[in-house]
Design a protein around this ligand. Structure first.
Ligand code: BES
Ligand code: ZN
Ligand code: ZN
Length: 490
């Protein structure tokens, strides 16, 4: 899908699309365009009421500027959010695909709908992301991606905003495309190879730590969880160094369990297939690093991805085992299904020790409890830094990737105390499962500002997931847009 910017709609297009507010008889942004096109469109507005995501397709058999017109409802003006244009643009793109078009045009609405850069981001992300389809394993592909022209009144810096938005959208799509891979086609080595690919194309440093080295260097969490699978564990490290030489980096960490059976504490069979998505945190970091390098952001960012397959077998770690984590603390294993915190603890401790980062942010499909607490549209967040939380919350508002903070006080830290080791890898019963998991992670680091984001509910579409055009079935790439907004605003 190519995206072009034009300053008028005088070139004929197969589909000219415009946004309409509820109960309005105007197509937004059209006033400034060529008179005749306006006329053709304005005739048709009266036939639709502009309800959110409502589409009205009007053939214009003798149209001079468009073969068809598509009016897209935005709903009530007072209900506009920073997601509305993204959602509706996605609907438009899917309609263009359904009509098997080679190209379509969208008239950008005026900036009261959203501030200019946000508007462009929303149109670009909405259209691109909604056209992504996981078809790699279908013999017959149905995916065609029509090109888009965005029609704007004047182009002040819009070209740059468009290019940036395309890179961001591509990052999210890349994350979706690898997160959707089945567990027999995506092992820790596969992810390591993706990381190498990205680093080669965009001049990042890439380091892969192998099973033997992990064991030697004291990554007790990754080693224990990974030992039950013939697909060996990997620790993947990507470095983007475009900041000052001595500037401390932002370290991003992502859980990448390519398949989580639960191990010896085997999960029930129902929906176990969905545990291919237990690598989503790591995939999010890969998508972010790809985009960060393509955007050439003038900062230092490190991506760290501990990747394992959690399998039961003769070599698996067991309930009762006591292991030593990278930072030297010991952990009593009481449930091998609480594996994410073990591999993340190693990665976080490594990140803090080797990079003395300005901040650390981790993403993980860490706990089913997060779905119980917050459902499938909002991610959980636990942190040790109000300042960092504030910035992440701002980016969450900008991108509409929703998160909600949960508390982490001493009482929760006490809930993971073990009788026989420094801590245990589960809390007390089902109580506050998301927070006790975060408490375990908190023990892996000293005082680096840190935010943990539990994406168990939001990383892929589940039964209760709100339908969004730009997140069709499967992985959502949650977090890519959020963190790229945070990094671009640093
Ligand atoms: N990957 C799962 C968490 C998960 C479950 C994510 C369902 C998304 C949907 C994680 O490794 C896990 O199994 N956690 C356990 C922890 C428990 C044993 C303390 C859980 O949530 O049940
Ligand atoms: Zn698990
Ligand atoms: Zn897991």
């Amino acid at each position: 899908m190519k995206i072009k910017i034009e300053n008028s709609s005088t070139k004929k297009t197969s589909l000219l699309c415009g946004f309409v507010l509820e109960n309005s008889d105007k197509v937004l942004g059209l006033g400034k365009l060529d008179g005749k096109t306006s006329l053709e469109i304005n005739q048709s507005v009266k036939d639709m009421d502009g309800k959110l995501e409502q589409l009205s397709l009007i053939p214009v058999p003798k149209g001079k500027y468009a073969k068809r017109i598509l009016l897209a409802g935005l709903g009530k003006k007072e209900n506009l959010t920073k997601d509305t244009i993204r959602l509706v643009s996605g609907k438009i793109a899917q309609k263009a695909r359904e009509l098997k078009l080679k190209e379509f045009s969208i008239v950008a609405p005026p900036s009261f709908v959203a501030e200019q850069n946000s508007l462009i981001s929303q149109i670009v992300e909405g259209t691109k992301m909604s056209l992504y389809k996981f078809e790699k394993f279908k013999t017959e592909k149905t995916n065609n991606s029509p090109d888009l022209t965005i029609v704007v009144p004047k182009s002040n810096n819009i070209l740059q905003a468009t290019k940036r938005a395309e890179i961001v959208a591509n990052g999210a799509i890349f994350t979706k495309s690898i997160a959707n891979l089945p567990p027999n086609q995506c092992t820790p080595s596969t992810l390591a190879n993706f990381a190498k690919d990205i680093s080669r194309k965009n001049k990042m440093r890439c380091k892969i730590v192998s099973k033997l080295e992990l064991k030697k260097k004291g990554f007790g969490g990754i080693t224990a969880v990974g030992q039950g699978s013939k697909n060996e564990p990997k620790l993947i490290i990507l470095e983007h160094n475009r900041g000052q030489r001595n500037e401390k980096p932002i370290v991003l960490v992502g859980k990448a369990v390519t398949f989580d059976t639960g191990g010896i504490s085997l999960k029930p069979g129902e929906k176990m297939d969905e545990m291919k998505f237990d690598k989503c945190g790591g995939c999010t970091i890969l998508g972010i690093m790809k985009a960060v390098s393509e955007l050439k952001l003038p900062i230092n960012v490190v991506g760290i991805i501990p990747s394992v397959e959690n399998m039961p077998g003769g070599e698996s770690y067991r309930p009762g085992d006591i292991i030593k984590l990278y930072n030297g603390k010991t952990a009593e294993i009481l449930n091998t299904d609480a594996e994410g915190r073990l591999i993340l603890a190693d990665a976080l401790a490594y990140g803090e020790k080797h990079y003395s980062p300005k901040a650390m942010i981790d993403f993980a499909t860490l706990t089913g409890a997060c779905i119980v607490a917050l459902g499938t549209n909002v991610a959980g967040m636990v942190s040790n830094s109000e300042k960092l939380i504030k910035k992440i919350n701002q980016s969450s508002e900008n991108t509409m990737e929703e998160i909600w903070e949960l508390p982490l006080t001493q009482d929760y830290m006490d809930m993971i105390k073990s009788d026989v080791a420094d801590m245990k890898n589960i809390g007390i019963g089902r109580a506050a499962g998301t927070i006790t998991a975060a408490a375990f992670l908190r023990n892996a680091i000293e005082n680096t500002p840190w935010v943990h984001i539990d994406i168990a509910g939001v990383a892929w579409t589940q039964i209760a997931t709100k339908e969004k055009s730009y997140n069709p079935k499967g992985a959502t790439g949650f977090g890519v847009r959020l963190i790229l907004d945070y990094l671009q605003n640093l």
